[in-house]
Design a protein around this ligand. Structure first.
Ligand SMILES: *Cc1c(COP(=O)(O)O)cnc(C)c1O
Length: 373
């Protein structure tokens, strides 16, 4: 039996009739840019996350870029971000003209190490980007206190963690902005690209709406330079169908993660792999279930691939070691030993909600043949 890392059709095809009806509705409306579907999707997302406002964007990347633009971050500024995350987190900082200053992460949760961030703070630091990686919140209380103490704006990268919580608060509601992605592999996976920014403050929400539409207000008047960061009405309409089911999807992911945690740790030779940590009081939404395999990651990856079990390395190169950042000032690309170690040890295995019981068993059995060998 083969088990893919992700099966978008298993989630989308059962909704085919409903999605097709939505397509027809939007087609007949003749309204494809902004408008009712976009506003309804934004209101529903804001309610789901627990934010005051939500502004949809063309992608998670553009959501981050728009947030940095709204904060006025640019040349001469520095922004603290983890070295272990998807490229977009740092790429957007660099695109504003600011310098991404890479910080190390914690070995058990893969999330930002605040001590490392504190060591890299300078008088030019303007913001900090907690990335809620793989579905679990950063430990926000100390991070928010640190940001407040040093006057830093907090931009949450929630691309992998829609619906995740920290001590009851929704991820994306704790910083100045929360930036989400609807890339097909994210927990609310779209039919193409899409993104969203959540914000508590109404004036900032209005500013984001202008930024995503060329800084235009009123029509054909531009007091600031924005861009075209709009999300299609069709994409918003289709995602409304899946948003209604998102809590159910998250429950499926959590059940799979609990199954793995119990069964992988009971395998003969289980000490060869490390299952991911789930912090108490953090509502984890399991975008990825990421093992650490000290000393044997590539061997386990080959073994799984040969047995037809999908797996992937998120992420093989930490960002401070990316070629495009080699020219940054030395203090921005200091060693991040944990991020470097993780990039050699991590392996993500299938955790998507539609995994069948037989598929889950298969994943554990295949891993077991490797751990006991
Ligand atoms: C996916 C992702 C993004 C970018 O989202 P896109 O919609 O693909 O542009 C940003 N940050 C993180 C952590 C991501 O996983």
């Amino acid at each position: 039996m083969s088990v893919p890392l992700l099966d978008v059709n298993a989630q989308n095809l059962p909704l085919e009739e409903e999605l097709t009806a939505v397509f027809t509705r939007v087609l007949r409306s003749g309204r494809f840019i902004l408008g009712e579907e976009v506003e309804a999707f934004e209101a529903e997302c804001a309610a789901f996350v627990g934010a005051g406002h939500a502004v949809s964007m063309s992608s998670g990347t553009d959501a981050l870029l728009a947030a940095f633009m709204a904060l006025g971050i640019g040349a001469g500024d520095e922004v603290l971000c983890p070295a272990f995350t998807f490229f977009a987190t740092a790429g957007c900082i660099a695109r504003t003209g600011a310098v991404p200053v890479f910080c190390d992460v914690l070995p058990d949760t893969f999330n930002l190490d605040l001590e490392s961030a504190a060591a890299r703070l300078t008088s030019r630091t303007k913001a900090i980007v907690p990335v809620h990686l793989f579905g679990q919140s950063v430990d926000m209380e100390p991070l928010l206190a640190f940001a407040k103490q040093h006057g830093l704006a907090v931009v949450e990268d929630v691309a992998q963690s829609i619906g995740a919580t920290y001590q009851g608060a929704g991820c994306g509601t704790m910083g100045a902005f929360g930036c989400f992605s609807f890339f097909p592999s994210k927990n609310l996976g779209g039919f193409g690209d899409g993104g969203l920014v959540t914000v508590m403050d109404g004036d900032l929400a209005e500013q984001l709406r202008r930024i995503r539409n060329h800084g235009m207000h009123p029509k054909y008047y531009h007091a600031t330079v924005g861009a075209n960061f709009r999300m299609d009405a069709l994409q918003c309409a289709l995602l409304r169908v899946k948003l209604r089911r998102l809590a159910g999807y998250a429950a499926g992911r959590a059940a799979n993660a609990a199954f793995y945690r119990e069964n992988l740790t009971a395998l003969p030779g289980a000490e060869r792999i490390v299952v991911p940590r789930e912090n108490e009081g953090f509502g984890h939404v399991w975008n990825q279930f990421t093992l650490r395999v000290p000393g044997g990651r590539d061997s386990l990856k080959d073994h799984l691939t040969k047995a037809g079990v999908g797996c992937e390395i998120y992420y093989p190169v930490p960002l401070h070691r990316q070629e495009c950042f080699a020219g940054l000032p030395a203090h921005a690309i200091q060693a991040c030993p944990v991020a470097e170690q993780l990039s050699r040890e991590v392996l993500s295995i299938p955790v998507y909600p539609e995994l069948s019981a037989a598929q889950r068993d298969e994943v554990v059995e295949v891993i077991g043949r490797w751990t006991e060998a």
